[in-house]
Write a new protein. Structure first.
Length: 453
């Protein structure tokens, strides 16, 4: 073989090797670009201000409820990593009834794999000992940076770091000083955030602040703090769609758990606002079976306890009155037409409606489906009053205690019944209620009365 032929062979080999290297390099670049383009951080979903709304309310057309929330989270997890948080305000009072409901709510959140739940106004009202006991017994991840007991000890765990979707996310929580109690001291939230950022920022890729405070205070905090990637608020009636606010992303879920804040955590630190949206928990979302079972356990507990109206801590829908009750049957003698119209109405069957839905034992539902809830001589409890005429919306639910009127018809009933509808038919309980249409369904009055000689 000549030198010329050998050199030509070597050159051809070199060309082949270079071509193979080029192809391999292109393949590596393509694969890396493909992987990077498809990689996304976890979704963060935040609820807030549930305020005892374990279910959507009186009609399925309303929004909210744990069962829908769980379904939404489960479906979102099928698409990728999810971090679920709550901005606070889950409880609706401090009585035994309200505590049973609160524990059902946080059990539902625990089942939804909640990563952190901030202490809000209604949680603080429950007291430090109770919060610590519940947190320990239920292994529940409360967070709060700026709450202490009277001895100066933190109420619960300060903060959390959650690793999800390849990202370490720090979570801290604060509450407004407006919501301090005689048992709980609330420190300056801004300074608490500054201190927390110094302590946690180096241990996480992104930092989320849960802040339970009025909207004006929330917006000011967003402008004043640095080092926080996203702030999600509670305590405000208005929701805030995720948006840029100073050097952070600001959002708020609104009230009663009707809306969820959903944001995408970037894989690397970003100086721009996080991508996000609001998701309404409406009737298009199916109910989760595990949450329905949780709600049934809650109702079973209430049935066993048979908590009275007076002990429930639920304010009745009726204004206070110093007059005595007469009972709907007392109206029949002088108002037979009106009484007979009432006895066949949905008002008279108000408690039966609750029984059919399974919520006859729930005090918050009883107040508008019974007569004279929490008043002397009025509805007491499901077990004690279900077989009486108090189990339904009777005449005195709208006209007021009327023993004095029965004794002396010249003495007017306590209230003008025509203006009482909106005490129960509120925007929350009856979102489609129209007075004119509603009145025609129960129209009654002087034409049905019998004059007494």
């Amino acid at each position: 073989m000549t030198g010329r032929s050998r050199n030509g062979g070597m050159g051809a080999l070199a060309i082949v090797v270079l071509a193979m290297l080029a192809c391999m390099t292109a393949l590596v670049v393509w694969w890396h670009t493909r992987a990077t383009a498809g990689a996304v951080g976890p979704n963060v979903v935040v609820s807030g201000d549930t305020a005892g709304w374990i279910t959507p309310g009186c009609t399925s057309k309303q929004s909210g409820g744990l069962a829908r929330r769980a379904t939404y989270l489960n479906e979102l997890r099928e698409q990728g990593s999810v971090i679920y948080l709550d901005a606070g305000g889950a409880a609706s009072g401090t009585s035994e009834y309200h505590r049973i409901k609160f524990e059902a709510i946080i059990e539902g959140e625990r089942t939804m794999q909640i990563a952190a739940h901030n202490l809000g106004r209604s949680e603080l009202a429950l007291g430090p000992d109770y919060l610590r006991q519940i947190g320990s017994r239920m292994h529940f991840p409360f967070v709060s940076e700026n709450t202490r007991d009277l001895a100066g000890k933190r109420i619960i765990e300060n903060r959390r770091i959650v690793e999800s979707g390849g990202v370490r996310v720090g979570i801290i929580g604060v509450v407004s000083p407006l919501y301090g109690t005689d048992q709980i001291i609330v420190d300056d939230p801004r300074q608490a955030v500054v201190d927390a950022v110094v302590a946690i920022r180096g241990h996480c890729d992104s930092l989320i602040l849960l802040a339970y405070m009025p909207e004006d205070e929330l917006r000011k905090l967003a402008q004043d703090v640095n080092g926080v990637d996203a702030i999600v608020g509670g305590a405000g009636k208005e929701m805030i769609v995720p948006r840029e606010a100073g050097a952070t992303t600001l959002a708020a879920a609104g009230e009663y758990g009707k809306q969820l804040v959903e944001m995408r955590v970037p894989l690397s630190r970003s100086t721009s606002a996080w991508e996000g949206k609001m998701m309404e928990m409406n009737s298009a979302i199916a109910d989760d079976t595990a949450q329905l079972n949780n709600i049934q356990r809650y109702l079973n507990t209430l049935e066993a306890k048979d908590i009275s109206a007076g002990e429930s801590g639920v304010a009745g829908s009726m204004a206070a009155s110093d007059q005595a009750l007469a009972g709907s049957a007392a109206c029949l003698k002088c108002h037979p037409g009106d009484y007979n119209a009432w006895i066949g109405s949905r008002h008279a069957r108000g408690f039966a409606t609750l029984t059919e839905s399974g919520f006859a034992v729930d005090s918050n539902c009883q107040k508008c489906h019974t007569s004279n809830f929490a008043m002397a001589g009025g509805f007491v409890s499901a077990r004690r009053s279900a077989a009486t005429e108090l189990a339904g919306v009777g005449c005195e639910s709208c006209h007021g205690p009327s023993a004095g009127h029965v004794k002396d018809p010249k003495k007017h009933t306590a209230w003008a019944g025509i203006v009482q509808c909106v005490r129960c038919h509120t925007e929350e309980n009856s979102p489609h209620f129209e007075y004119g249409t509603g009145w025609e369904k129960i129209r009654h009055g002087k034409a049905g009365a019998v004059k007494k000689n």
